[in-house]
Design a protein around this ligand. Structure first.
Ligand code: SAM
Length: 327
């Protein structure tokens, strides 16, 4: 979807369009300076910066491709950007109640010491962290939505988990947030245009490990046929988890990953009022429900999603700060 006056089509209604995707974090800047001093040329660093720039640009360009064209947005009876707090509350309650750990839970738990700490960025209701808190970890959540932080606090209190909460947008708020043994960040990165900065701040706050969970494809990829049928719009088939991993690798983070599937829980459009929610996302009103109903019958929303758990350890960094002299 390409239009100069377009707004971004985020999953939660907002998107972090902050800074530049080409800004390097502290470790990369130091590595760049070292290369420059040692070589006289900047060839190695230039390659790294080019790789990072290319990966980061691809990520942000593909996300921008999800922008809703201005005229479509202007015709929307209701703002298409919305989130349903109940969806996130349900996800967190389900995480607290389930019998077994997901892949992401296990990967986080693996490096979490007894009584250790977890920082949950884009916490929502706390699906990524409250289960770890119930196992004895100290949990801090960060979210830009006060409403969702209230859900997070309330669920934590019912589960007997003591939590801290910081309201604000990551990475802007990162300077006020304490670091933790394990940093978790689930179902957030498709809202983040400047992924390199966002990830570097996650990394800077982890003492042991960072665990990122994301859907294999854009969380709204299943709406692609609906945009085509109702507006004639072609939505890009990216970005994907592989594109995110390319940014992490270009940052020198040595990411590991595991693919798995889970029941859809993030969308909130599969319930009894699902059709009206899909219609709202597509900027159409009840006058087009019949058209939408036909397309949805042909290509129903998914009930399961492929997801990817990506993680990296501080000791596994390809470019360790301790190996670099001060610059
Ligand atoms: C799809 S929800 C996921 C919530 C939770 N992590 C989960 O998996 O259930 C995304 C959450 O990230 C928050 N969020 C998105 N971008 C953010 C940012 N840059 N800084 C802080 N919170 C953000 C949203 O407010 C929302 O609560």
């Amino acid at each position: 979807m390409r239009d100069a006056a377009a707004s971004r089509l985020g999953t939660g209604g907002t998107a972090a369009l902050v800074g530049s995707p080409f800004v390097l974090g502290p470790s990369r800047r130091r590595a760049a300076a070292l290369d420059e001093r040692e070589n006289g040329t900047v060839s190695k660093d230039e390659v790294a910066v080019t790789e990072l720039g290319r990966a980061a640009r691809r990520w942000s360009d593909l996300l921008q491709g999800w922008a809703i064209p201005g005229p479509v947005l202007a015709s929307a009876p209701e703002p298409p950007y919305f989130f349903d707090p109940e969806v996130f509350e349900h996800a967190a309650a389900e995480a607290l109640a389930r019998d077994v750990d997901t892949v992401s839970d296990s990967v986080a738990r693996e490096l979490l010491p007894a009584g250790g700490s977890v920082l949950d960025v884009g916490a929502g209701g706390g699906a990524a962290s409250l289960r770890l808190g119930a196992g004895g970890a100290r949990v801090v959540g960060v979210d830009q939505s006060r409403e969702l932080l209230d859900v997070f606090r309330s669920l934590a209190s019912s589960a007997g988990v003591r939590v801290g909460a910081f309201e604000g947008s990551w990475p802007e708020i990162a300077g006020s947030v304490p670091s933790a043994d394990v940093v978790v960040c689930h179902n957030v990165v498709y809202n983040v245009a400047c992924l390199a900065e966002f990830v570097e701040a996650l990394d800077a706050h982890a003492k042991r490990r960072v665990v990122v969970e994301l859907t294999a494809e854009h969380p709204l990829s299943w709406t692609r046929p609906y945009w085509k049928a109702l507006h004639g719009l072609v939505v890009p088939d990216g970005p994907t988890a592989d594109d995110a991993v390319a940014v992490l690798a270009a940052l020198g983070l040595a990411p590991q990953l595991q693919r798995w599937t889970r029941v859809v829980q993030m969308v909130g459009e599969t319930g009894p009022d699902g059709l009206s929610k899909i219609a709202r996302r597509l900027c159409i009103g009840p006058d087009r429900y019949d058209e939408l109903r036909r397309v949805v019958a042909e290509v129903p929303p998914p009930t399961r999603r492929d997801v990817v758990t990506v993680w990296w350890d501080k000791r596994r960094r390809a470019w360790s700060d301790s190996e670099l002299p001060p610059v």
